[in-house]
Write a protein that binds this ligand. Structure first.
Ligand code: CA
Length: 445
């Protein structure tokens, strides 16, 4: 195999030719030097095809709703796993507010993300590559023109979108997508464009950040792709490790963006103050590392802190608050096991120098979409964390005391839907996108 050293310079220089010259079955793996090199892809069971459990039609037992007890009743995937501190998992059930559910539309196709425009309108991405405007009454626009072709395979496609901090005046938007590279490869990229709402178009589009290396489209898992706009206008973006089973340790290498949260300016350059600026062999855009597949990312509206959810291995989905320069452990410290069932690495859950998740789910829920509620419409939901669960087919609400999770409530179980995204609207209602194509609005009953 054509193994070669992966450096930022190399990849930026040969970005486009790589798509042709890199063997189709090539991935990045760790070598003892800490440098990242290519080697053949290991063959394993895709982690997104975990075995289903006996139970209801979704393959899951109904979450228990008994006040004070955990909603999860199944045994952990790895029997000797223990939380690092009390309350790190299986917080007690805490019922709160009654609410009504309005289906704004059920005509979307694999929606992934939404953002709020003026007059109740919303901008929505569909994974296949369509960007649409939906009115408060549920009228869908045609796909906006000016959106580039995307590689919509597996978990790749047109993913997140976010409005610039000055959107009201500059109409600038950011979005992530899997950029096709030749016939065989793809990269997650971050693009910037101007929204022309009246013209039904995005204009002046440019890619401001490209992940690297180009990898086979078939490595379509663990994409990440969430964007959160910080208070200073910079962008946090999650980049998954694109690993299959067995996992590789690329998330631990700071010479590649895979398995990281990055922090970039609106121009795509490393944001000033980033923790690895000036450190040899490290990418200056990296904010935090040791991540697997981060599909939830948001800024706490009151504290400005970054919050993140990520898909872990079988038994290790996480809620984190990523801080500058810190290591979140994947795949060295993990809860659960690899999807085929093998122990990952040494099978450890704690190590000096690696951060613990604030909370984890074992068995997994497959978290996608994350919002922190600080609005007034639902007083009982103040200081709650909302998490869309794909595999779990519910909207999870967590109660916080400081950063500690102290209660868990499963919502929207009757929808029996994989939940892709959750957002708090400008008026304090909670909006939910289901993979089956619904946009739901939750208001007090
Ligand atoms: Ca972790």
């Amino acid at each position: 195999m054509n193994a070669f050293i992966l450096t930022k310079k190399t990849f930026r220089k040969v970005l486009w030719t790589c798509a042709i010259s890199v063997p189709v079955f090539a991935i990045a793996q760790t070598v003892p030097t800490g440098k990242t090199v290519f080697s053949p892809v290991p063959v394993g069971v895709p982690h997104d095809v975990a075995p289903m459990r006996a139970g209801n039609s979704t393959g899951f037992p109904e979450p228990l709703r008994e006040k004070g007890k955990a909603i999860e009743t199944r045994v952990p995937e790895k029997s000797d796993d223990k939380p690092a501190f009390p309350g790190q998992t299986r917080a007690p059930y805490e019922p709160t507010a009654a609410f009504s559910v309005t289906t704004i539309t059920d005509k979307l196709k694999l929606p992934w993300s939404l953002a709020f425009l003026s007059n109740g309108k919303m901008l929505i991405t569909e994974k296949s590559g369509a960007l649409r405007i939906v009115t408060a009454a549920g009228v869908l626009s045609e796909p906006l023109t000016g959106v580039p072709p995307v590689s919509a395979i597996g978990q790749g496609g047109l993913l997140d979108l976010a409005l610039d901090s000055q959107f009201a005046t500059n109409h600038r938007i950011y979005f992530t997508y899997s950029e096709p590279l030749g016939e065989t490869h793809s990269n997650l990229v971050v693009a910037r464009a101007t929204l022309d709402e009246a013209g039904g178009a995005v204009r002046d589009r440019s890619v401001i950040y490209r992940t690297f290396p180009p990898l086979p489209k078939t490595l379509s898992s663990n994409q990440g792709g969430r964007i959160a706009i910080a208070r200073d206008g910079n962008l946090f973006v999650t980049i998954g490790d694109r690993s299959k089973s067995p996992p590789w340790a690329i998330a631990q290498n700071v010479d590649t963006p895979l398995g990281k949260v990055i922090r970039i300016t609106p121009d795509g350059t490393p944001a000033p103050g980033n923790p690895f600026i000036g450190k040899p062999g490290a990418l200056p855009e990296i904010w935090s590392y040791g991540h697997r597949s981060e599909e939830g990312l948001t800024i706490h509206p009151e504290t400005g802190e970054l919050w993140e959810t990520e898909h872990g291995p079988r038994g290790g989905d996480e809620l984190n608050t990523p801080e500058a320069g810190k290591n979140y452990g994947w795949p060295i410290i993990v809860h659960g096991v690899d999807y085929p069932g093998e122990t990952i690495g040494q099978g450890i859950t704690e190590k000096d120098g690696m951060e613990q998740p604030r909370y984890y789910w074992d068995p997994v829920i497959a978290p996608s979409g994350l919002a922190i509620y600080t609005a007034n419409l639902f007083p009982q939901w103040k200081n709650s964390v909302f998490i869309g669960a794909l595999r779990g087919q519910m909207l999870i609400r967590l109660s916080l005391a400081g950063k500690k999770v102290v209660g868990e409530e499963p919502l929207l179980l009757d929808q029996q839907a994989r939940i892709r995204d959750v957002r708090v609207g400008p008026e304090g209602a909670v909006y939910v996108l289901t993979e089956s194509g619904k946009l739901l609005k939750l208001t007090p009953k």
